[in-house]
Design a protein around this ligand. Sequence first.
Ligand code: NAD
Ligand code: DAU
Length: 351
Amino acid sequence: MQYHSLLITGGAGFIGSHVIRHLLQAHPEVRIVNFDALTYAGNLENLRDVEGDARYTFVKGDIRDRALVERTLREHGVDAVVHLAAESHVDRSIANPMEFLETNIMGTASMLHAAREVWGDRKDVRFYHVSTDEVYGSLGEDGLFTEETAYDPRSPYSASKASSDHLVRAWHHTYGLPVVISNCSNNYGSHQFPEKLIPLMIRNVRDERPLPVYGEGLNVRDWLWVVDHAAAIDRILTAGENGRTYNIGGLNEWRNIDLVHLLIRLVDERLGRLAGHSERLITYVKDRAGHDLRYAIDATRLATELGWTPSITFEEGLGATVDWYLANSEWLDSVTSGSYRSYYEQQYGAR
Ligand code: NAD
Ligand code: DAU
C-alpha cells in the first residue's frame, strides 16, 4: 500500500467497520483514523476486535466540522481519505430529507475543502468517495448500470449521493485533487443496522413479528457481501486510476419477496421450527414513495482493470449472515434499544 495514514469517515457504521477491519488485516504497515459522529447508525461495538490495535485511532467528529477535519488530517499526517460517512437509509430520506442533504452534500463538500486546504497540490495523496448505484436511477426488466449510465437519482437519498459524486469530480477537474469514486449495489452481512431489509427480516422472523414487504415485493436488488465490498475498496484505493469511477456489484439479483421467503426458511431452520412456520408473518404494506423498481450492476471494469471479483456465493454469504445475527442477538437488540423505532412502527404502530 502506497498510503501510510488513512482517515476513514463513517468507520463505525456497517460498511465502514468492515473496511477498517479489512485494511488493518491486509496492510500491516498502515495506520487508520476512524472519524465518525456516532449517529444512531454508528456503533463502536462494531469495532471491538480492532480497538486494541496500536495502528487504530478513533476520533468522534462530524464531517461538517471542517476545522476538526483539517486538524485531524494534519495531526495524523493523513495521505488518503476513504469517505463513507453519510445518512444511508432511503426511507429516512423520504421522511426527513434535509438531514440527508446536510450530511451527504455539505458534509462531502466540507471533506473535499479540508483535504485541499491540508494537501494543497500534492499528488501523492488520494480522496476516495464511496457511493451507491442508486445515483443511476431505476432499471426496467433488462439491462445493467455501467459507469457510462447517465445519472438519474430519484429519492432524496440518491439525489444527495449523486450531488456528492459531482462535487468530488468537480474538485478533481477544477483543483486537480486526486480522487476515485465507486458506486456499489446493496450490501449485506454482519453489523448492518436492522432497519435495512435483510437484518430487519432476520430479526422479525426471530421474534415472530410482522415482515413488512413494500408494495407487491417485486422490486429487485443486486446483493453483494460487505466483505467483498471492502476488498473492492482496497483494490480501488491502491490500484484505481485518478478521476475514474468503478462500479461494484455481485451479479446477484433478487426480487424482495423471493429473498424474504429464503430468509424465512434459513431462520426457521436454524431455530428448529417446521418448514414454512413464519410464512404467515409476511405483511404487504404501502409501497415506498417513488420506489425504484430494479438495480443491477455491471462490474466488468473492476474485474478487467483491477482483477476484483466476489469471493463467495450468495448462499454461503447469506447463511453466514443469518448465523451471525442469531448468534449476536444482544447486538441486534442493543442497537435498536433507546429511542429507536423502526420505519414500520412509525408508519403502522408497534405490534
Ligand atoms: P451506515 O448508516 O451503516 O453508517 C454510516 C456511518 O456514518 C455511521 O457510523 C454514522 O455514525 C456516520 N455518520 C453519519 N453522519 C455523519 C457525520 N455527519 N459525520 C461523521 N460521521 C457520520 O451506512 P453504510 O450502509 O455503512 O454506508 C456507508 C457508505 O456506503 C454510505 O456513504 C452509503 O451511501 C454507501 N453505500 C452503502 C450501501 C449499502 O448497501 N449499505 C451500498 C452502496 C454504497
Ligand atoms: O443500492 C445501494 C443502496 O442499498 C445503498 O446506497 C443504501 O444505502 C442502502 O440502504 C440500500 O438501499 P435500499 O433502499 O435498496 O435498501 P433497503 O434495505 O432499505 O431496501 C431493500 C429493498 O427492500 C427495497 O426495494 C425496499 C424493500 N423493503 C425494505 C424494507 C426496509 C421492504 O420491502 N420492506 C422493508 O421493511
